[in-house]
Design a protein around this ligand. Structure first.
Ligand SMILES: Cc1cc2nc3c(=O)[nH]c(=O)nc-3n(C[C@H](O)[C@H](O)[C@H](O)COP(=O)(O)OP(=O)(O)OC[C@H]3O[C@@H](n4cnc5c(N)ncnc54)[C@H](O)[C@@H]3O)c2cc1C
Length: 468
C-alpha cells in the first residue's frame, strides 16, 4: 500500500490536467532538508527502509500518488478513463438525500437525490453502493433509518435497522511542529511569493521544480513508550518532514486551510516569514481516543456532528510529544548542525506559562497547534456478526439490509498505520470484485448480526480477522 501526503500547492490543477493510471512514486523534488533528515535519522538509529514493503520502523523518502509532479486522484486514475462506458452514467451536482429501503423486506431499492433544485430518485436493479465517505455515508444511513435506534428516535426517524452507525470514529490527530530555522543559504524556498515566477511555472508544467513538491518529503516512523501494541516493529507515530514551515505561504490560504487563529499565525509563524525554515508534522496513527458521528438534524444538507474530543485520552498527547522529541533528536545530529539548523524557540501563543522545551511546554504545544489530516475512519465499521460495533460484514454488506453496501473509508475498523487515500482505493478495488461476483451469482443474501456475543475482533490485529 502506498502512502501519500499533502500536495497543497498543486492539487487543484492536477485533477484538471492529468488522466493517469494510479501510480506511486518517490516524489521528484528533494530539498537539502529531506536528504539531511534521512541521513540524520539513520545516524540517530533509524534504518532506511521502504515503509510500504513490510517493516515500518525507520526513515524513508515519501512515496506519493503523483505523476510528473501532479497528484493522481481516484477521479483521474479510475473514473476519467471509464467515463464513456455504456454501463456508467455520471451525474454531477446531484446531492443524495436518502437511501430508499423497502421496510417490508428491508431491501434497498435506490436513492433520492436533489439536482437543480428538483428532487428525483433512481432505482437500482441490483445493489445500492454508498460511497460518500466516512461522514456522509454514515449520515445517509441514519437519515434512511439505519442507525442506533435511540438516536434515530430522538429525530423521529422511523427505524429500519438498529445498527451502531456512527457509534465509533477514529482519527489521526497530529501537531504542527517542531519548527526549525536554517542559517546557511541552502536554497530559495523562503516564501511562496518569491517562488511564484515564470521560471518556476514553466518548470512545473514540465513536471519539475518547487511546485511539484508534496510539501512533505520524507517520513520517519517511531514507536512511543505509550504504544499499545506489543509488536516491537509496529510504530504508533509518523513524523512527516515538510520542506518548509507554514509561514512559507505569506497569504491567508494555508493558515485558513489549517484553521490557525490570527493570534497563533501572527504570534508564532509571522516572525519567521523572511527566514528559511522548515517543520515536522508528527501524526498519531494509533490513538486511544474514540469519537462518534451524530446527526445534527434531519436536513440532508446539514453536516453531521463530528464528536471527537482530541486528546481525551492523555496517552495521545504523550505519544505526540514523544514524536516531537524524536524529531528534535534527529535534527540535532551532525548533518543538520552543518547546515546551521536551529530549533525555533519562540513559545506558541497560549503556552508562555511553560518554560520552553520542558515536557509541559511540548504538551501545551501539541494541544495548541493540533492538526488533523482528515483520516477519519470506522463510522460504518466492518466486523463479524458477533462484533457489537460492526455495521457492515466482510463483504461490505450492511447487516440486516439487502442489496446495500458501504464502500468507503468509513468501513475501516481501526485506525490504520497509514494514510487513508490508498486504503480507500483498495476498498474500491475489492468492492468492484464483490459487486461483480454477486451479480454473476445473483447472490444478494442478507446477513444478520448476533451482537449479544462477546467482541472477538482484536483492535491491533488486522491480520487475524477475518482470515482465521
Ligand atoms: C484536505 C484533505 C487532504 C487529504 N490528504 C490526504 C493525503 O495526502 N493522503 C491520504 O492518504 N489521505 C488524504 N486525505 C484523506 C483521504 O482523502 C480520504 O481518506 C479519502 O478520500 C476517503 O475516500 P472515500 O472514498 O471514503 O471518501 P471521499 O473521498 O470523501 O469521497 C466521497 C465522495 O462522495 C461525495 N458525496 C458525499 N456525500 C454525498 C451526497 N450526499 N450526495 C452525493 N455525493 C456525495 C463527495 O462529494 C465525495 O466525492 C485528505 C483528506 C482531506 C479532506
Amino acid at each position: 500500500m502506498r502512502c501519500i501526503e499533502l500536495n497543497s500547492f498543486v492539487s487543484g490543477f492536477s485533477s484538471f490536467f492529468l488522466h493517469a493510471k494510479l501510480s506511486s512514486f518517490h516524489a521528484f523534488l528533494r530539498s537539502k532538508i529531506a536528504t539531511t533528515f534521512v541521513e540524520s535519522a539513520q545516524r540517530a538509529g533509524y534504518p532506511y527502509l521502504d515503509y510500504n514493503a513490510g517493516d515500518q520502523l525507520g526513515v524513508s523518502f515519501l512515496q506519493a500518488n503523483t505523476l510528473q509532479g501532479r497528484r493522481v486522484t481516484s477521479g483521474n486514475a479510475y473514473l476519467y478513463p471509464a467515463r464513456k462506458r455504456p454501463n456508467l452514467h455520471i451525474l454531477t451536482s446531484a446531492w443524495v438525500t436518502r437511501v430508499l429501503i423497502n421496510k417490508a423486506n428491508k431491501e434497498a431499492t435506490g436513492v433520492v437525490f436533489v439536482r437543480d433544485g428538483k428532487t428525483q430518485s433512481v432505482t437500482a436493479r441490483k445493489e445500492v453502493i454508498l460511497s460518500a465517505g466516512a461522514f456522509e455515508s454514515a449520515k445517509l444511513l441514519m437519515l434512511s433509518g439505519v442507525g442506533p435506534a435511540d438516536h434515530l428516535a430522538s429525530f423521529r426517524i422511523p427505524v429500519v435497522q438498529n445498527l451502531p452507525v456512527g457509534e465509533l470514529l477514529y482519527e489521526h490527530p497530529g501537531v504542527f511542529g517542531p519548527v526549525f530555522i536554517v542559517r546557511q543559504p541552502i536554497d530559495n524556498y523562503v516564501s511562496l511569493d518569491e517562488n511564484i515566477n515564470f521560471s518556476n511555472i514553466v518548470q512545473y508544467l514540465k513536471g519539475r521544480g518547487v511546485f511539484t513538491t508534496n510539501s512533505v518529503e520524507s517520513l520517519m516512523y517511531v514507536k512511543s513508550p505509550v504504544a499499545e501494541s506489543p509488536d516491537p516493529g509496529l510504530p504508533d507515530v509518523e513524523i512527516m518532514q515538510a520542506f518548509s514551515s507554514i509561514d512559507f505561504d505569506t497569504g491567508t490560504g494555508t493558515p485558513r486551510a489549517f484553521r490557525l487563529t490570527n493570534a497563533t499565525y501572527d504570534g508564532y509563524f509571522r516572525p519567521i516569514m523572511n527566514l528559511r525554515s522548515f517543520q515536522y508534522l508528527p501524526m498519531l496513527m494509533k490513538p486511544y481516543t474514540k469519537g462518534k458521528l451524530r446527526l445534527r438534524s434531519t436536513n440532508p444538507f446539514n453536516h453531521p456532528l463530528f464528536q471527537y474530543r482530541y486528546f481525551e485520552d492523555d496517552r495521545d498527547i504523550e505519544a505526540l510529544v514523544y514524536g516531537m522529541q524524536e524529531a528534535i533528536r534527529v535534527t540535532s545530529q551532525e548533518p543538520f548542525r552543518r547546515l546551521g539548523v536551529e530549533l525555533y524557540r519562540k513559545q506558541v501563543p497560549g503556552c508562555e506559562q511553560h518554560p520552553f522545551g520542558t515536557h509541559q511546554y511540548w504538551r501545551c504545544h501539541v494541544m495548541t497547534l493540533t492538526a488533523t489530516f482528515h483520516h477519519q475512519v470506522a463510522t460504518c465499521k466492518m466486523g463479524p456478526p458477533s462484533d457489537p460495533e460492526a455495521v457492515v460484514d466482510h463483504e461490505l454488506r450492511v447487516y440486516g439490509v439487502r442489496r446495500l453496501r458501504v464502500v468507503d473509508i468509513g468501513v475501516v475498523p481501526f485506525p490504520p498505520t497509514a494514510h487513508t487515500a490508498a486504503v480507500a482505493f483498495v476498498i474500491g478495488e475489492k468492492a468492484a470484485d464483490l459487486v461483480r461476483d454477486a451479480a454473476r451469482k445473483e447472490d444478494y443474501r442478507v446477513r444478520e448480526k448476533h451482537s449479544s456475543l462477546p467482541v472477538q475482533s482484536a483492535r491491533w490485529s488486522p491480520f487475524e480477522w477475518p482470515f482465521k
